[in-house]
Design a protein around this ligand. Structure first.
Ligand SMILES: Cc1cc2nc3c(=O)[nH]c(=O)nc-3n(C[C@H](O)[C@H](O)[C@H](O)COP(=O)(O)OP(=O)(O)OC[C@H]3O[C@@H](n4cnc5c(N)ncnc54)[C@H](O)[C@@H]3O)c2cc1C
Length: 383
């Protein structure tokens, strides 16, 4: 076991940090922190990601991907601005979901523009009445005359309002035992238009989170991927990478809070000395630093389990659950170190606090992750 990053891994992270400072932060600063970034600007960022091989890290080089180790990708991902990281994850996970479980013709048709960052992708699974339990999905894809006709509503879909291509989890009917037959269908907006609207939310406000309505949306039958019934397996495959990646977004936010708390504690003087010299403030700082460090290690570990080809369901669930919980606590403690300054907009901590609050929900809530860990430990599903 070696807990040190290699020189190469340090370079990945350092280069990503530089790209963010030089190329991405100026774009974000030029727009409101409270409004979704205009699509043209997001496409500029995606072009950068495509150049760096970040739009398809999970695909082999032979398929146009960068074939990166997921731990190396995580080290880069941890440096990206949170709303942009969340958008990129939705995009690149959709690319992976299309790649795994499609035929050569479908890959040729859907992937090149997505890999090049010319088209923005998303995956739509959640619905108003189906969140944690995808078996309740009601969006129907009915095959009729060489086409699928899609009707239904999707909710809380990252990138949906700016998407060009959406991978939609649909029901195609019921199997002999009454189970919902879920199938993945690619909907290209230019050919099969769908309505979408942005939802105003608490955090990650430069990102896009929306609702979609499919009404008599006609899609070529050749856009259906894999088999009816394989949707959950492909989604699970990608969730085991997404979960530690979401954890690393939380880690980045909490690291910023730790840095701010250390700076402030060093300069804020009360009772004749800097508060950094007070024992209870040091306890706060110790709790924050330990939480951030442990969360980071759990996320790196889960990604390294994926790289080693091990069963990652438990480690990925632990990583996301622990990181989103501990990092939210760390940010809250950092606000306390700042006293009233902690809640002032100018210190930026309230934004970290709002952003981190978004993260326990996507790619499985903490309750569902708890049940996944429990199932891995006991072999019994308690959902
Ligand atoms: C920032 C963000 C991005 C997202 N991006 C996407 C996306 O790109 N694509 C997509 O399809 N979806 C996306 N979602 C939706 C997300 O996946 C769902 O919100 C999530 O799966 C939970 O579903 P729900 O909100 O309907 O909650 P529900 O499933 O209704 O759950 C409500 C509460 O009940 C709890 N609960 C549910 N079942 C159990 C149980 N068996 N035991 C104990 N507690 C239980 C939950 O943990 C939760 O606390 C996103 C959400 C957010 C916040």
């Amino acid at each position: 076991m070696d807990f040190q990053l290699t020189q190469e891994q340090k370079l990945y992270a350092e280069n990503a940090r530089r790209m963010v400072e030089r190329d991405i932060e100026p774009i974000l600063r030029a727009h409101s922190p409270d409004r979704p970034l205009p699509k043209a600007e997001l496409l500029r960022v995606y072009a950068l990601f495509a150049r760096e091989g970040l739009t398809a890290p999970r695909l082999p080089a032979a398929a146009g991907g960068s074939g990166m180790r997921m731990l190396d990708y995580g080290l880069i991902f941890e440096q990206l601005p949170p709303a942009i990281a969340n958008s990129l994850m939705a995009h690149e996970a959709t690319i992976a979901r299309i790649y795994f479980g499609s035929n050569a013709e479908q890959r040729e048709r859907f992937l090149p523009d997505a890999l090049a960052g010319r088209k923005i992708c998303c995956t739509a699974t959640t619905e108003p009445d189906s969140g944690s339990d995808p078996r309740a999905i009601r969006t129907m894809a009915v095959e009729r005359g060489g086409e699928f006709v899609i009707d239904g509503r999707k909710l809380w879909i990252t990138n949906s309002t700016v998407s060009d291509l959406m991978l939609v989890t649909c029901s195609t009917g019921r199997d002999a035992k009454g189970g919902n037959l879920l199938r993945r269908v690619v909907v290209e907006r230019a050919h099969s238009p769908y309505e979408s609207r942005e939802i105003e939310v608490l955090g990650l406000r430069q990102g896009h989170l929306g609702e979609i309505l499919f009404e008599n949306c006609r899609v070529p039958a050749a856009n259906a991927l894999g088999e009816s019934g394989d949707a959950t397996r492909i989604l699970t495959l990608t969730w085991n990478v997404n979960r530690p990646l979401v954890g690393l977004i939380a880690v980045q936010l909490a690291q910023k809070a730790l840095d701010a708390a250390l700076r402030y504690a060093g300069v804020r003087v009360q009772f004749g000395g800097p508060i950094a010299g007070k024992q209870l403030i040091q306890e706060r700082l110790a709790d924050i630093a330990t939480g951030v460090h442990a969360a980071r290690l759990l996320c790196y570990h889960a990604l390294s389990v994926v790289d080693a080809g091990g069963r990652a369901n438990g480690p990925a669930a632990m990583a996301k659950r622990f990181a989103t919980t501990e990092c939210a606590r760390a940010i809250s403690l950092a606000m306390e170190v700042h006293g009233a300054m902690g809640i002032a907009r100018e210190t930026g901590l309230e934004r970290l606090y709002r952003d981190v609050r978004m993260l326990p929900v996507p790619d499985a809530t903490n309750e569902i992750l708890t049940l996944i860990i429990g199932r891995e430990l006991t072999g019994r599903a308690a959902f």
